[in-house]
Ligand binder design. Structure first.
Ligand code: PLP
Length: 412
C-alpha cells in the first residue's frame, strides 16, 4: 500500500496531500470550511482505494483463491487498525457499518430488542445530531419506552446535575454525542460514563466529530458503544464503525440477516456466526474499510497531538477574530471545544451568508446542521457553520473575516 507519513506538522506539506484543496472556485482559491459535513481525502487514501479496485478486487471471506484471501487479510487488518486507533480490547469488538447513523440504528434496534421494555427510558441530550435522536425515538415507539433529554446552558455545555436527576431505575441506556457538530462542544464523556455506570447503565457515544480531532481511547472512557463515520475522518464515504464491548455484542441479537453472518441455516432454525461477523450481514464495504485504515494510518502518522495542538491555534485565532466582528453572534462558547464556528451575522439569513461566501470561494454549511432541537433552544433556525480541519490556515480565517465584512457592507 502507498505510504505517506509526515513526521512533523507542516501545514503547507499537509495541504499538498489533499489534491482537492488545490483548486479555484469562481476564480478564487478554495477555502474548505465544511469539514464537519465531510473531510477531504489525502492522496494516500485515494491511491489506496484506486489500487484496490485496479489490482486486488475480490469478495472477502468466501474464496479459497489468492485475490479473495489477500483482500480478506487486508479487510481484517483494517479492523485491527481501527481496534488500535480506538484502543479497543478485541478486534471482534469492531463492527464495520456504513457510517455512524447505521451504527446507532444498529444499537437502537438490537439493544432495544434485547433489553428495552414498556416504560423504560433512554437518555439523550439537547445537542444531539438527529442521528442520535430519531433511531431512539423509533425504538421507543416500538417498545413503548420514553426519551429523556439532558438540557444545556447558554455556552452550549451539558448540565450534568440535570443529567444525574434524569437517571432512575427505568433508565436503560445513555446515548450522547462526544463533540457537538453544531457548537463544537467537547462533552466530558468519561464523567458521563462513570455516572451512568454507577447506576449500571450502559453508554453509547456518537464520535462522528471527535475521532478526527483528538485521541479516543474507548477503554479509558469505558463506554459501552462508540460510533463514527469514515468520511468525517479523512477516509471514504459509505464506511463506518460500531465499537461495542464484547459482553453486549455477544448478548445482542443481529439486526440484519443474510450472508456472512450465519453459522448454519436451516428452514427451521438458523444459528449465527461469532463476533464481529454476526453484525456484518452481506458483502461488506471491504474497500471502504481498507481505505479507512489508510486514513487512520495517515492521521497516526501526523500525530493526533500535533493535530489537536494546531487546531487549537486555529480555534483561538478564529474565536478572537470573529468575536471582534461587530454584528456577529457566535453560538457555542464551551470551555472545551473543537474548531467549529457557528454564527449568525446581523439579521442576515444564514443561507444568504453561505451563498455569498460561496461566491468568494469559501465553503461553509448553513441551516440547522441536523440538530433542530438544539436551535430551538437558542430560538433561531440555525447558523452559518465554519468547521475547520488541520489543513486549514490562519490566513484562511483572515479571509473569512474580510469576506464577512464585505457581506455586511452589501446588506447595509
Ligand atoms: N452525529 C454527528 C455528531 C454528526 O455530525 C453526523 C454528521 O454530520 C452524524 C452523526 C451522522 O453522520 P453520517 O451521516 O456519516 O452517518
Amino acid at each position: 500500500m502507498p505510504d505517506n507519513k509526515i513526521s512533523t506538522f507542516d501545514v503547507t506539506k499537509i495541504r499538498n496531500n489533499f489534491p482537492v484543496l488545490n483548486q479555484k472556485i469562481y476564480g478564487k482559491p478554495l477555502i474548505y470550511f465544511d469539514n464537519g459535513a465531510t473531510t477531504q481525502k489525502p492522496q494516500v487514501v485515494i491511491d489506496t482505494m484506486s489500487k484496490l479496485h485496479s489490482e486486488h478486487n475480490s469478495n472477502v471471506h468466501r474464496g479459497v483463491h489468492y485475490l479473495s484471501e489477500q483482500m480478506t487479510e487486508m479487510y481484517e487488518s483494517a479492523r485491527k487498525k481501527v481496534q488500535d486507533y480506538l484502543n479497543a480490547q478485541y478486534s471482534h469488538e469492531i463492527i464495520f457499518t456504513s457510517g455512524v447513523t447505521a451504527s446507532i440504528n444498529a444499537v437502537a434496534y438490537s439493544f432495544g430488542e434485547a433489553y428495552i421494555k414498556e416504560n423504560d427510558e433512554v437518555i439523550v441530550s439537547e445537542m444531539e445530531h438527529h442521528s442520535n435522536i430519531v433511531p431512539w425515538q423509533l425504538m421507543c415507539k416500538r417498545k413503548g419506552a420514553h426519551l429523556k433529554v439532558i438540557p444545556i446552558n447558554a455556552q452550549g455545555e451539558l448540565l450534568l446535575d440535570e443529567y444525574k436527576k434524569l437517571i432512575n431505575s427505568k433508565t436503560k441506556l445513555v446515548a450522547i454525542v462526544h463533540v457537538s457538530n453544531s457548537l463544537g462542544t467537547i462533552n466530558p464523556v468519561k464523567e458521563i460514563v462513570a455516572i451512568a455506570h454507577k447506576n449500571n447503565i450502559p453508554v453509547l457515544i456518537d464520535g462522528a466529530q471527535a475521532i478526527q480531532h483528538q485521541k479516543v481511547d474507548v477503554q479509558d472512557i469505558d463506554c459501552d458503544f462508540y460510533a463514527f463515520s469514515g468520511h468525517k475522518a479523512y477516509g471514504p464515504t459509505g464506511i463506518g464503525v460500531l465499537y461495542g464491548k464484547e459482553r453486549w455484542l455477544n448478548e445482542m441479537p443481529p439486526y440484519q440477516g443474510g450472508g456472512d453472518m450465519i453459522d448454519r441455516v436451516r428452514f427451521e432454525h438458523t444459528t449465527y456466526d461469532d463476533l464481529p461477523f454476526k453484525f456484518e450481514a452481506g458483502t461488506p464495504n471491504y474497500i471502504g474499510a481498507i481505505g479507512l485504515g489508510a486514513a487512520l494510518d495517515y492521521l497516526t502518522g501526523i500525530g493526533l497531538d500535533n493535530i489537536q495542538n494546531y487546531e487549537k491555534k486555529l480555534l483561538d485565532y478564529g474565536t478572537d477574530k470573529l468575536t471582534a466582528l461587530n454584528g456577529l453572534k457566535l453560538y457555542g462558547a464551551a470551555g472545551n471545544k473543537t474548531c467549529i464556528f457557528s454564527f449568525l451575522l446581523n439579521n442576515i439569513h444564514s443561507y444568504d451568508v453561505g451563498m455569498f461566501l460561496d461566491k468568494m470561494g469559501i465553503a461553509v454549511r448553513t441551516g440547522h446542521h441536523c440538530t433542530q432541537p438544539l436551535w430551538e433552544h437558542y430560538k433561531v433556525e440555525g447558523s452559518v457553520r465554519a468547521s475547520l480541519a488541520f489543513y486549514n490556515t490562519l490566513e484562511e480565517i483572515d479571509y473569512l473575516c474580510e469576506a464577512l465584512k464585505e457581506i455586511q457592507k452589501m446588506f447595509k
